[in-house]
Design a protein around this ligand. Structure first.
Ligand code: FES
Ligand code: FES
Length: 163
């Protein structure tokens, strides 16, 4: 075991961690931040996406000890200060960018990173950026529309049915 200290959603936390404890385990099991999901554990699905020092990271791909001293943001830290949905979360709701919701935290975290890098991404750029995030339900169309809407771009028509 070793001690780690990191800032998670603006709060400093210190805990003892196992050497092989993944960041996603640390967040879910030690901090009870269960909005970060585990869909595969093999770095493929993106359900575990968080931000570490401002970078999009799959939390199943790094050890908690590697995040010692880091600033970590999870889906629980994404709402506006008054608790309302942020612009990306609201757009997912408005454009039906989710069905079961399992992939949604990772999608929202990925979308936030994309819009930070590229505030007005094209549909193609959004689809390319989301290659590491798998959704079993929506067929991606509405997720892409939600992200376009969150970036302030015109989205034609309403939400469309899943593929
Ligand atoms: S649980 Fe991390 S990528 Fe799937
Ligand atoms: S909404 Fe169900 S996995 Fe994406």
């Amino acid at each position: 075991m070793s001690d780690v200290t990191m800032t998670v959603n603006g709060k400093t936390v210190s805990r003892a961690v196992r050497g092989n404890e993944l960041l996603v385990e640390f967040l879910r099991e030690q901090l009870r931040l269960t909005g970060t999901h585990v869909g595969c554990d093999t770095s493929q699905c993106g359900a575990c996406c968080v931000h570490v020092n401002g970078e999009l990271v799959k939390a199943c791909t790094i050890f908690a000890a590697e995040a010692d001293g880091a600033e970590v943001s999870t889906i629980e830290g994404q709402a506006n200060p008054d608790g309302s949905l942020n612009v990306i979360q609201q757009a997912f709701q408005d454009h039906h960018g989710l069905q079961c919701g399992f992939c949604t935290p990772g999608m929202v975290m990925a979308a936030a990173s994309l819009l930070k890098e590229n505030p007005k991404p094209s549909e193609q750029e959004i689809r390319h950026y989301l290659q590491g995030n798998i959704c079993r339900c929506t067929g991606y169309h509405n997720i892409v529309r939600a992200i376009m809407a969150a970036s302030g771009q015109e989205v034609e028509g309403g939400a469309i049915a899943a593929e």
